[in-house]
Design a protein around this ligand. Structure first.
Ligand code: ADP
Ligand code: TRP
Length: 329
């Protein structure tokens, strides 16, 4: 049996990047009896940007409701909020002793955050990969389903785990590797010509967006004047539209627009309309379930309580061993 851990930062509700980069894999893994899955809401991680208390709670809840509406089943997987597991911050503290300032400063996501937000370069941001490593190592995980942007963080988790093993002369922590059913972690693009759809990039198409909002977002997608030479390579902005189409539409629809592109008679207006309608169709059942779960706060509380109990049982067993290995007893 392999241990699987993954989480999503609770900075708001989930978008298509979260779904196709991460959640889609969670759903498949939960049905596979080879995996024991721990999926969580990374609410401590959201504190780097200092949300107000009401927003902190609201965001945690939104991710929980979206997880459940996507089909995560709290009876098949351990579903919990990171902040309900005090063993995680303790392991984070211990791992911080093995994490070096230089290597943390070289992390691409850190450099990116520094560039975008010079006035809030806090230590939590710098040690973000250490907290993430604690999330993973606390259950001694083997596989971590994530999007491409998290791959470097996982490399660091392996480094910290290996360093611990080496320092204390054991093989206590297994090496956690990224996992997706397609074989490689993906990046879901934004429609603003940028490489990645993201909450912080302000270009998200959310699972709970109203149809009208989705139509507006998609119709604004960056395009060009169209190909003039048959079978020419697509510029990035057009590739992005096609990539999203491949995720939400059926193969014949994609083939139809590919052919039109290759024959130079594609109409981007039609392509975007089709994409918008297919996203709306894709979201519809999820959105319907969100509307059902959102009001059932008792159910939400019950899920978090059950998840916290199961997660803490696993986390405290690991931490007990870690303390013993270090000599804290
Ligand atoms: P955001 O980038 O919107 O802040 P998160 O950083 O919370 O989203 O990402 C949560 C999970 O969703 C991670 O596993 C991440 O890799 C995945 N993810 C987020 N955006 C994308 C994307 N555009 N493509 C693929 N995966 C993504
Ligand atoms: N860093 C991830 C993100 O931005 C969230 C995360 C926190 C995570 N801890 C994790 C993902 C552990 C996988 C495993 O969404």
């Amino acid at each position: 049996m392999e241990i699987v851990v993954s989480g999503i930062r609770s900075t708001g509700c989930l978008h298509l990047g979260n779904y196709f980069g991460a959640v889609q894999n969670f759903l498949k893994m939960q049905e596979d009896s080879n995996y024991h899955c721990f999926f969580f809401i990374a609410d401590f991680h959201s504190l780097t940007t200092h949300p107000k208390p009401d927003d902190f709670r609201k965001n945690t809840n939104e991710v929980l409701v979206d997880y459940l509406a996507c089909g995560l089943n709290p009876e098949k997987v351990v579903l919990y909020a990171q902040s309900d597991i005090p063993e995680i911050p303790e392991l984070y503290l211990l791992l911080n002793m093995l994490a070096y300032k230089g290597e943390l400063e070289r992390v691409a996501s850190f450099k990116d955050k520094v560039r975008k937000n010079e006035e809030n370069v806090n230590a939590g941001l710098l040690t973000y990969p250490v907290l993430m490593a604690a999330d993973i190592l606390i259950h001694r995980a083997h596989k971590v389903p994530v999007g491409k942007d998290q791959v470097q963080h996982l490399e660091m988790a392996r480094n910290f785990g290996n360093r611990f093993n080496h320092l204390y002369g054991n093989d206590f922590f297994p090496e956690p590797y990224p996992f997706t059913f397609t074989g490689t972690p993906i990046t879901v693009p934004g429609l603003d010509g940028s490489g990645k759809m993201g909450k912080s990039d302000g270009n998200g198409i959310y699972l709970r967006d109203e149809p009208e909002v989705i139509r507006k977002k998609v119709m604004k997608a960056v395009t060009d004047s169209g190909p003039t030479v048959p079978n020419s390579e697509k510029p990035d902005a057009i590739k992005n539209i096609f990539q999203l189409l491949t995720l939400v539409s059926d193969a014949s629809t994609v083939a139809h627009f590919e052919e039109a592109y290759n024959n130079c008679n594609i109409r981007y207006g039609d392509l975007k309309k089709q994409l918008a309608e297919d996203i709306i169709l894709f979201n519809a059942p999820i959105k319907e379930r969100i509307d059902g779960i959102i009001r059932d706060t008792d159910y939400q509380q019950m899920v978090l309580k059950l998840g916290a109990e199961k997660s803490r049982a696993s986390a405290s067993a690991t931490l007990k061993e870690v303390r013993k290995i270090i000599g804290i007893e």
